[in-house]
Design a protein around this ligand. Structure first.
Ligand SMILES: Cc1cc2nc3c(=O)[nH]c(=O)nc-3n(C[C@H](O)[C@H](O)[C@H](O)COP(=O)(O)OP(=O)(O)OC[C@H]3O[C@@H](n4cnc5c(N)ncnc54)[C@H](O)[C@@H]3O)c2cc1C
Length: 475
C-alpha cells in the first residue's frame, strides 16, 4: 500500500471515550479517520459513572443514543451534600422527565460499557480504521491532515504541542470502589437513590447508585484517603469494609473493582499547534465531584467535529480551528472551578472548619444546577448570552427531536414570519424554539452544527446580518 493510500483526514491518538466519540462523529460526517490505542482492551478500572443530558444529545448526533441508553440508567434525582449529622448542606437539583436537551438530565453508567458501545459504533463506518494495540510514539509517523490527541492525562501529543499547564490547586488521593450489591439485601434497598456527598471531616465519601449489573446492583463508593492511610492496602477487606460499615458489609455486597486515584484540577493552555490538536483529559482534568470530567471531553469532541468536517469537506479556512480553544477553555473552566469549590466543601477535614462550614448552610440547603456557560469568543456573534450557550432540543410537531431534522448543519429557528424566504443553506425550522426565544425576548436564533447559539435576532435585518456573518458555508 503506497503512502498516499494511507493518508487520512484525521488521526486520533487514544480510543478512550473522547477519542472514540470523536471518531464516531467524524465517521458520520464521512471523513477518513484512523484511531489508535496502545491497549487492545478497554480500560477496566472504575472511572466515570455520570453524564448529563447535553452529552446524551451528543451521542444522539453520533447515532448512538439508543445504544447508550440501553446500557445506562436515567435518573431524575440530584446530588446531596450532607454533613456528618446527616443535615443537607447543598443539593445539585435533579431534573424531572426529559430535560431541556430532550433526554433525561442525568445518566449513570459503567464506563467500560459505554466505551464498548462507542467502539462498536465505529464498525458502522468503512471510512474509520481502528488500530488497537498500537502505541503512537511519534506524531510525525501519522499520515493525516490533522492529529487529535485524545490520549489522556499523560498525553504525548500535548508534550509535542508544548502546552502550558495551569494548576487549579486540587490534588487529592481517593479510593474508588465499585460494589456489586445483593438486590435481596434490606440494607441495599435502604440506600438512597440520589448521589450522596458525605461531608464528614473524619472521612469524606461519595456514594452513587450506578445501576443494574450482571452480578447485582452496582454502587460506587469514593473514599478520601486520610493521613496514615496506605494507598496499597486501603482496598483490602479488613480496612475497606469498616469504612462503609454504616451502610453495607460483606454479606450485602462484593467488591468488584478498586483503585486509588489522585483527583486533579488542571487545564492546559495551547490546544492546537498547526495540525495537532488536543481533546479530553489531555487538555483538562476535572475532579469528579460534579461528574463532569468526561462530559467536558465529549463537548470538546462535539465542538471539534463539525469544525474539522467544515474544513476538510467544506473547504473552510483552517483558521476556524483557532476558535476551538478560545471557546472551550472558559467553558470547561467554569465546570472545574465549581468542582473545586464543591471539593472544598466536601473535603474539609478540620473539625473546627467543618463546623464553620456547616454553620454557613444553617439557614437551609443551597440549591444549584449544572452551569450552562457561554462559550468563549470564537465562532459566534460578539454578544451576551444566550449567544454562545447551548440551545435546547424541543420536540417538533411531527414528533421528532429537533436535532434529527438538522443533522450536522447550521439551522435557523424562530418566528415563521422572520424565516420566510430566507436565502441560506441552513436548515430552516419555523415556529421552533418559540418558548426559549420568548424567555430571552428574541424572535429567531441561528444555531451551529453543535447546537450552540451563533446569533439571535429580533427582526429580519438582524437575522439576515447574522446569516451573512456565518464564517463557514454549512456542510
Ligand atoms: C474515579 C473517577 C471518577 C470519574 N467520574 C466521572 C464522572 O462521573 N463523569 C465524568 O464525566 N467524568 C468522570 N471522570 C473522568 C473521566 O473518567 C475522564 O475524564 C475520561 O476517562 C477521559 O477520557 P479521555 O478519552 O480523554 O482519556 P482516557 O480515558 O484516559 O483515554 C485515553 C486513551 O489514550 C490511550 N493512549 C494514551 N497514550 C497513547 C499513545 N501514545 N498511543 C496510543 N494510545 C494512547 C490510552 O490507552 C487510553 O485508552 C472520573 C474519573 C475518575 C478517575
Amino acid at each position: 500500500m503506497g503512502s498516499a493510500e494511507l493518508l487520512s483526514d484525521v488521526a486520533i491518538v487514544g480510543c478512550g471515550p473522547v477519542g472514540a466519540l470523536l471518531a464516531n462523529l467524524l465517521g458520520a460526517s464521512g471523513l477518513a479517520v484512523e484511531i489508535f490505542d496502545r491497549e487492545r482492551e478497554i480500560y477496566p478500572l472504575p472511572r466515570a459513572v455520570h453524564f448529563d443530558g447535553e452529552v446524551m444529545r451528543i451521542f444522539q448526533a453520533a447515532g448512538l443514543a439508543e445504544a447508550v441508553a440501553a446500557t445506562a440508567r436515567a435518573s431524575s434525582r440530584g446530588m446531596h451534600f450532607v454533613n456528618a449529622e446527616d443535615r443537607t448542606l447543598m443539593v445539585r437539583r435533579g431534573i424531572d422527565g426529559p430535560g431541556p436537551h430532550g433526554w433525561a438530565g442525568n445518566w449513570y453508567f459503567h464506563q467500560p460499557e459505554l466505551e464498548r458501545v462507542l467502539r462498536e459504533g465505529l464498525t458502522r463506518f468503512s471510512n474509520v480504521r481502528v488500530r488497537l494495540g498500537h502505541e503512537v510514539t511519534s506524531v510525525d509517523d501519522l499520515k493525516a491532515r490533522y492529529v487529535v490527541g485524545c490520549d489522556g492525562a499523560r498525553s504525548l501529543v500535548r508534550r509535542v504541542i508544548g502546552s502550558r499547564r495551569v494548576d487549579l490547586g486540587l490534588h487529592q488521593p481517593w479510593l474508588v470502589v465499585d460494589l456489586l450489591c445483593d438486590p435481596a439485601s434490606s440494607r441495599v434497598a435502604a440506600l438512597p437513590d440520589y448521589s450522596v456527598q458525605l461531608c464528614d471531616p473524619v472521612r469524606p465519601m461519595t456514594i452513587v447508585n450506578v445501576g443494574k449489573a450482571p452480578g447485582g446492583l452496582r454502587r460506587r463508593w469514593e473514599i478520601m484517603l486520610m493521613p496514615g492511610d496506605d494507598p496499597d492496602r486501603v482496598a483490602e477487606p479488613d480496612l475497606f469494609w469498616p469504612m462503609i460499615a454504616r451502610w453495607l458489609g460483606p454479606a450485602d455486597a462484593q467488591l468488584e473493582r478498586a483503585a486509588v486515584y489522585t483527583f486533579h484540577s488542571v487545564v492546559q493552555e495551547g490546544w492546537r499547534k498547526g495540525r495537532l490538536l488536543l481533546a479530553g483529559d489531555s487538555c483538562h482534568q476535572t475532579p469528579p465531584f460534579l461528574g463532569q470530567g468526561m462530559c467536558a471531553g465529549m463537548r470538546d469532541a462535539a465542538n471539534l467535529a463539525w469544525k474539522l468536517a467544515a474544513i476538510t469537506k467544506g473547504g473552510v479556512s483552517s483558521t476556524l480551528l483557532d476558535t476551538y480553544e478560545s471557546e472551550r477553555l472558559p467553558h470547561v473552566r467554569t465546570f472545574i472551578d465549581l468542582a473545586v469549590r464543591l471539593g472544598a466543601v466536601l473535603q474539609e477535614t478540620d473539625p473546627e472548619a467543618a463546623r464553620a462550614r456547616d454553620a454557613r448552610f444553617a439557614a437551609g440547603a443551597e440549591m444549584f444546577d449544572y452551569p450552562q456557560p457561554q462559550l468563549g469568543p470564537g465562532c459566534r456573534a460578539d454578544d451576551a448570552p444566550p449567544v454562545g450557550t447551548i440551545f435546547p432540543q424541543p420536540r417538533l410537531a411531527d414528533g421528532r427531536l429537533m436535532d434529527e431534522a438538522i443533522g450536522q448543519r447550521f439551522a435557523v429557528v424562530g418566528d415563521a414570519a422572520l424565516l420566510e424566504n430566507l436565502q441560506t443553506d441552513a436548515v430552516l425550522l419555523p415556529e421552533v424554539g418559540l418558548d426559549w426565544l420568548a424567555g430571552h425576548k428574541k424572535r429567531a436564533a441561528v444555531l451551529r452544527p453543535d447546537r450552540y447559539v451563533f446569533a439571535v435576532a429580533n427582526d429580519r435585518a438582524e437575522l439576515v446580518d447574522a446569516i451573512a456573518a456565518l464564517p463557514v458555508r454549512p456542510v
